[in-house]
Structures are given as structure tokens and as C-alpha cells.
Design a protein around this ligand. Structure first.
Ligand SMILES: [Zn+2]
Ligand SMILES: [Zn+2]
Length: 654
């Protein structure tokens, strides 16, 4: 007769936990092996319960000699499950080190504790940095604070000093960064100072190493963890401070599977643990700015760049009547050549990789489209392929138009590859002095580091790149920045489009201005008089952001309203629509509005169609109450229709 009963979470797409029995007493948070539907599964002990009325199966095995999640962490996982409307078992699976999903994971030996003394080092701060550091040092208890530091103001030195303070009082620090590509420099820098106390956690390291880092954080062997969003639950012993660097970055948001924001989970974690959290950014998100405005979050500013140069002003270049060459305006062409002659670097920023975003027939309307995604295929010249950027399928280049037989086909529009080629073929700039910087040229291991090094060593030339360019990389000799293809940001229906555009323009212009000569930022647009672009001319972010915030308040839009998407996908369009309409039929809740069903902006991927209903409420509680009620209806409906569905809270894109 079993004496003990426990609720176990399993990584299944169903709400709730499952009750199993055990002859021995178990601890909460341990991994166990159980049978579920005649299959062995790994679960986590969630709760001790009374003997249930129904028959239970026995827990077959207990793994590991310590808990994977402690009670604080389990409470946070439950909050994530409730807040993001996702099954607890899958939430736990999402944050568990992937190595532990296997039953035969090796048991790690307990490492001897590294008893490193807190390193003593000298770090000279400017008076502005010192002031910001002293303000942040004062934070006590749950004390969220925005560190608004303009690009090039030296936030990292402040983080380092704050980490040192934490170590002195025997506490540990979790530092979140948005992208793996940013980490090497940061990790190198921190390791140089703090040695073995630092570890790095992200999806690019092996599963075994991730598990080791997890365990070292738990037993106190590592005291500083730098990681991407998956490390937000890192079980650091005596966690005293969380830093979220570049808090505005969309990489903190996971969309596939569990849709959540690691930044927002970090804030909740700091609140649970009653510890300070610092949110750093040169272009803070509107949602954090609202918290500051409401006095819920503090703000510390760092407005001086360390070389005391002012941020570069933005010039908007009207391309309606401009004679573009290789996509670049005349004034842009001239600036690039002048830079080249005076031995500095220029940059062309375009958020599109490949050679041409379209491949078409010169005689008829035919455009190469992906069969699986109904999207235009991107022409890649070097690879000699048409590639779908949604599903990665690649096709050979057709010799004739499939519709009219015409043999004159070609790419239309610009992207990183064609701009690079234009500069190489049509200007005095040397082939080797055009540096293409996108996911195609940095894919290979070590390629990014090598590219950064050659740019750093370059005497002159042009960097041509995508979004990757603006994430934390500094280019010392950069003078002119040309920004292309921004207009979709001005016309998009996505709630975050304008905010993103403003952030992007300030971040990209911040890459320049490390030189003694004045930086030049030329932004090509068909809407040079757009009121929001007007606000960005000074090169400073806040006037733009505060205006946008006021606008949002007037219109009761996020962050002054709360949104969720109810998303469905199916291979048949009508099934999506029927499903969403059936769920919403006769449903009403005061304070909550519904819009849809509507086709998603990414309408079809890999043969599946996507639709959504937008829910918007002025209170979070109303939004969640609506979702909870709708989910009850879905439970009955989803079985009979063959659609997949999910909820996304605080969506950035529709
Ligand atoms: Zn044709
Ligand atoms: Zn596709």
C-alpha cells in the first residue's frame, strides 16, 4: 500500500497535473519517472496531496540528488502558466535544462566549491557613470529601475561595479542579454574580472554544459550568470540582483511554443524575491516608460557619451524623386566616396538579406512564390537559389517564366547582397573592403568574430548589413550611416511598429559618432515629413518616445490597454474562421473588446494558415478573465475541429 501521493507535471499539451503514488516520502521539485498512456515520461513533483478517490500509478524512479526547481521557482512557473495561458507541464519543460528531458542523463559529481574571493579591481568611472552607479547601489528590496543610458554612455562599467557590490555581500547576479552574438565580448570582459565565478548560458552551448551551469548556479559555484531569455529562471543561490540589458529588444520575447517575455518574467521574479532589477536601454520600451511615468519604476539617466560627442543628428532623404543607384541616394553615394577617400568607414543598413526580395518576369505578372507559404521567394545570387525566408525551402532559378515562357526574368528591389555587389562593381571601393554582415555571412562558427576583426582592422570601406549590425557592435571608424527600407514601419498595423522603428533608427545611428569628426546619418524614405520622423531628427530618443506615449494614452492603446491574441492555425482557411467564430459566438464581457477573426500578417507558413482574434481590455484582470472563460469553450470545441490554437499575451506583431 502506497502511503504518499503527489501531483506530477508532465510535458503534455493539457492543463493541470497528474496524481501518482509513492512508498517513500518525496521532496517537491525533484524529477521523477512515471508511466503515462503506456509510455515512460519524465515529470516534476509539484505538490503532496491526499489519497485520491481514483486509482493511481506508482512513481517508478526519482532522479538527481537535488531539486530542479525550488518552491519559489515553482511558484513563478505557475504564475507563467496562468499569465501566459500555457499548460504548466510545458512551461516547466520550456525552462528545464534540455539535458534533463532524457531519463539516462548522467548524474553530475558535486564539484568542490570555488571559494574565490571577491576580486579587487580598479575601474575608473566618469563622474556621470559614478553618479548613476551610486543611485543604483541604493536600490533595496523589489526596486525596479530603468537605466536610460544613451548609446556609447558606458552602461557595462556600471553593471560591473554593481556586480562587485553584490559579490561583496555574498550575493549572486543574473544578467540577461538579448542575443548570443552579443555575449562573447561581455562574457570575456566579465571573466577577465570575475574569473570562474562567471558562467554563460544560452541555446548555443551543449546540453550537458547547460546542465552543468544550472547546477553550479544552484550550489553556489557560479555567482554571475550571463544568459539569453532561457536563463531567466536560473536557480542562482542568494540571488541579489537581476540586470536586463537592452530591455527593449524583441529577442526577449519568445513566440513559438510558450509565448512569453523573459524581461517581464524577470520583473516578476525580482518582485517575488524582493530584490532590485535594473532594466538598461538607450531606447526604452513604451511599456517600461509607462511604469516610470506611473512612478512604479525608478529611472536613472546616463546622458553623456564617454567621448562627450553628441548623438548624431538624423537627416531624412526623400527618395520619391531621387536618382537611386544600387538603392542608394545621390547624397548617400557621395558620402560613401568621401568617407572612402578620407579613410573612414561607412555603413549601409537594410533589414533584408539576399540579392533581391522579388524575382519576376519582365513580360507578365509572374512572381516567384513559395508554395508552402504564399510569400515571395528571395533571390540569392551567390547561392544561385530562390529561397523562402519563412520555411527555408530553396529552388533552382527557372530559365523561363512558367506562365508566359519569356526568358527575361530577374530580381527586383535591393538587399544586402545586391548593395554589396553594386558597391564592389561600380565604385572605386575594393572588393575586399565591402563587408557584408548578415546571417548568411556569419553562419559558420567563428565567422562573426572574424568579420568583426577585419572591420576593426580596416582602413576604409563600407559595411553592408541587417539588424545584426545594430546589436551592440561598435565600429570605431564609422562616419556615415545610410538607412534604407524603413517605410513599412511607418505604415504597418502592428502595434509596436512605430516604436520599433524609432528604436532602430536611434540604435543604428548610435553605431557612429565614435570618431572625432561629426557622424552623418542619412535615412532614406518616401515620407520625409512624417510627424514621428520629425521628432527623431535631433538624434535623441526621448522626445519621440514621450510623444508616442502621449498618443497611445489618448487612443487607449498599449501600454495603456492590454492585448492578447487568440491564434488558430489549420491547413484549411475556413476551419480557422469557423473555429474562432464559434468560440466568440454570443460571448460578451464588459470592458473587453474583440476584433476578428482576421488573417495573421504572416498568413501561411509550411502549408498552414494562421488567423487570430484580438482581445483588448483596459484592465489586465478583465483580459485574463475573458481568456479563462474562452478557454473553457475551447476545451469542448478544439477536439471536434482539427485546428491548433494558442494564446499570446502582449503581442508585438499581429
Ligand atoms: Zn511571364
Ligand atoms: Zn516557404
Amino acid at each position: 500500500m502506497s502511503k504518499f501521493f503527489y501531483n506530477i507535471s508532465l510535458p503534455l499539451a493539457v492543463q493541470g497535473t497528474f496524481t501518482y503514488s509513492s512508498d517513500i516520502r518525496l521532496e517537491i521539485g525533484f524529477r521523477v519517472l512515471v508511466d503515462f498512456s503506456n509510455r515512460e515520461r519524465i515529470g516534476v513533483v509539484i505538490k503532496k496531496v491526499n489519497k485520491p478517490a481514483f486509482k493511481t500509478l506508482k512513481i517508478k524512479k526519482v532522479f538527481d540528488d537535488f531539486e530542479i526547481f525550488n518552491t519559489n521557482e515553482l511558484a513563478l512557473l505557475h504564475w507563467i502558466s496562468d499569465y501566459y495561458h500555457f499548460p504548466i507541464g510545458q512551461v516547466i519543460d520550456n525552462f528545464m535544462p534540455p539535458y534533463l528531458r532524457k531519463a539516462n542523463a548522467v548524474e553530475l559529481q558535486n564539484n568542490d566549491l570555488v571559494s574565490e574571493a571577491v576580486p579587487d579591481f580598479n575601474l575608473d568611472l566618469t563622474s556621470h557613470q559614478e553618479k548613476a552607479f551610486l543611485a543604483l547601489k541604493q536600490l533595496k528590496g523589489f526596486d525596479p529601475c530603468l537605466l536610460y543610458g544613451v548609446t556609447g554612455s558606458g552602461k557595462t562599467e556600471i553593471y560591473i561595479k554593481l556586480i562587485q557590490e553584490q559579490l561583496k555581500s555574498n550575493q549572486s547576479v543574473l544578467m540577461l542579454i538579448p542575443e548570443i552574438s552579443l555575449a562573447p565580448q561581455m562574457v570575456k570582459r566579465l571573466k577577465k574580472i570575475f574569473g570562474e565565478l562567471v558562467a554563460y548560458y544560452h541555446s548555443g552551448i551543449t546540453n550537458l554544459n547547460r546542465w552543468k551551469v544550472w547546477r553550479d548556479a544552484r550550489n553556489g559555484n557560479k555567482k554571475i550568470i550571463i544568459g539569453t531569455r532561457s536563463s531567466v529562471l536560473m536557480p542562482l543561490k542568494n540571488l541579489g540582483l537581476i540586470i536586463v540589458d537592452e530591455e527593449h529588444d524583441h529577442s526577449y520575447k519568445q513566440v513559438e511554443g510558450l509565448s512569453y517575455s523573459a524581461r517581464d518574467v524577470a520583473i516578476k521574479r525580482a518582485s517575488d524575491l524582493k530584490i532590485p532589477i535594473i532594466l538598461g536601454s538607450a531606447t526604452p520600451s513604451l511599456s517600461i516608460l509607462r511604469q516610470v511615468e506611473d512612478k512604479k519604476f525608478k529611472k536613472t539617466e546616463l546622458l553623456e557619451r564617454f567621448n562627450q560627442s553628441s548623438p548624431p543628428k538624423l537627416t531624412f532623404v526623400d527618395i520619391n524623386a531621387n536618382n537611386l543607384k544600387g538603392g542608394i541616394s545621390e547624397i548617400g553615394q557621395k558620402a560613401i566616396l568621401d568617407d572612402y577617400a578620407s579613410q573612414v568607414l561607412s555603413m549601409v543598413f537594410i533589414n533584408r538579406r539576399g540579392f533581391a526580395p522579388e524575382y519576376r518576369c519582365s513580360e507578365c505578372d509572374w512572381v516567384a512564390r513559395c508554395n508552402n507559404c504564399e510569400t515571395n521567394m528571395v533571390f540569392h545570387h551567390e547561392k544561385n537559389r530562390l529561397i523562402c525566408h519563412r520555411c527555408d525551402s530553396a529552388y533552382g532559378i527557372p530559365e523561363q517564366c512558367p506562365d508566359c515562357g519569356n526568358s527575361e526574368l530577374g530580381g527586383v528591389g535591393y538587399a544586402t547582397e545586391s548593395i554589396s555587389k553594386y558597391l564592389q562593381d561600380n565604385t572605386p571601393i575594393d572588393r575586399g573592403e565591402v563587408y557584408r554582415f548578415d546571417s548568411d555571412t556569419t553562419k559558420k562558427k567563428g565567422a562573426l568574430t572574424e568579420l568583426l576583426k577585419s572591420i576593426n582592422d580596416a582602413h576604409q570601406g563600407v559595411i553592408v548589413g541587417t539588424q545584426m549590425l545594430i546589436k551592440g557592435h561598435d565600429f570605431k571608424k564609422l562616419k556615415t550611416v545610410i538607412v534604407m527600407n524603413i517605410d513599412s514601419g511607418l505604415t504597418s498595423i502592428n502595434p509596436s511598429a512605430l516604436e520599433d522603428l524609432g528604436q532602430q533608427l536611434i540604435q543604428v545611428s548610435g553605431r557612429a559618432g565614435r570618431l572625432d569628426t561629426k557622424a552623418v546619418v542619412l535615412v532614406q524614405t518616401r515620407y520625409p515629413d512624417h510627424p514621428f520622423l520629425e521628432k527623431l531628427k535631433s538624434g535623441t530618443y526621448m522626445p519621440f518616445a514621450m510623444d508616442l506615449l502621449t498618443e497611445r494614452k489618448k487612443q487607449s492603446q498599449p501600454p495603456y490597454a492590454y492585448q492578447a491574441l487568440l491564434k488558430s492555425s489549420s491547413t484549411v482557411i475556413q476551419k480557422n474562421i469557423n473555429f474562432l467564430e464559434a468560440i466568440l459566438k454570443n460571448f460578451e464581457l464588459p470592458g473587453c473588446n474583440f476584433y476578428g477573426p482576421m488573417p495573421a500578417s504572416i498568413f501561411k507558413v509550411r502549408g498552414r494558415y494562421f488567423h487570430y482574434v484580438l482581445l483588448q481590455a483596459n484592465k489586465r484582470t478583465v483580459l485574463h478573465s475573458a481568456l479563462n472563460q474562452l478557454e473553457k469553450r475551447i476545451g469542448q470545441l478544439a477536439k471536434s475541429s482539427s485546428v491548433r490554437w494558442k494564446v499570446e499575451i502582449d503581442p508585438l506583431n499581429f
